[in-house]
Design a protein around this ligand. Sequence first.
Ligand code: OAD
Length: 242
Amino acid sequence: MCAVANDAMERARAIVSRASALAVLTGSGISAESGVPTFRGAGGLWRTFRPEDLATTQAFERDPKLVWEWYDWRRGLVAAAQPNPAHHALVTLERRCREFTLATQNVDGLHALAGSRNLILLHGDLWTLRCVTCGAKREDRRVPLPVLPPRCVCGGLLRPGVVWFGESLPEGAIERASAAAANADALLMIGTSAAVWPAAGLGEVALDAGVPVIEINPEPTVYSDHVLSLAGRAGELLPRLL
Ligand code: OAD
């Protein structure tokens, strides 16, 4: 690491060690070191697949089997993955803080598997299936699923319990995350390109409230010039931040 980065790390450490209330926003980059692909950038899913073919209600109505084959494949990738040092570092931070809120855009379940407790799943969860007819939800961790597309006991189609493009976030999720970001002593933004709203707006919420924001990402984002930016991988930098 270069001298400037070390200085930034020291400033970040000082902020985090003083904070008794922390808010965190994570994106797919935090799971990259666990072997889960990100969406944008090199190797990102949206480089190979078109979101409009796979991650919209229209795509599901058009071809539920195709959509499910893609989600079943992703469930397989995630089932083989384990939390990495970045996920574990956030568990340690949660234990240290009086108030700790972790809002994630990730649907992989790795934060929960690591032991994070106060979690807000902004974009839902790969392991929950929801009936498009009766609305029933159920957890199903089988990989692969025996029949695609899966069906509910009511006969309706089950869909992945994730948020697709054009859909609303789970009720109250962004409100709770925004309140946490505005009232924290610091907001950490980890492994997100900050390209997707409303999650990306949490950085603005914090900045508007005068809350210091620390970003961890090997690549610059729209926030990098306005926040304390630590350029590097979460699995290396987050444990050092503690
Ligand atoms: P993106 O793929 O947009 O961004 C991932 C970010 O992680 C990039 O900025 C990378 O530079 C960074 N990154 C890569 N490796 C990293 C590492 N080891 N440590 C830290 N950062 C790393 O993923 P998200 O921001 O999560 O939504 O994308 C947001 C939403 O867009 C997703 O939830 C998904 C997607 O479309 C839906 O499917 C609704």
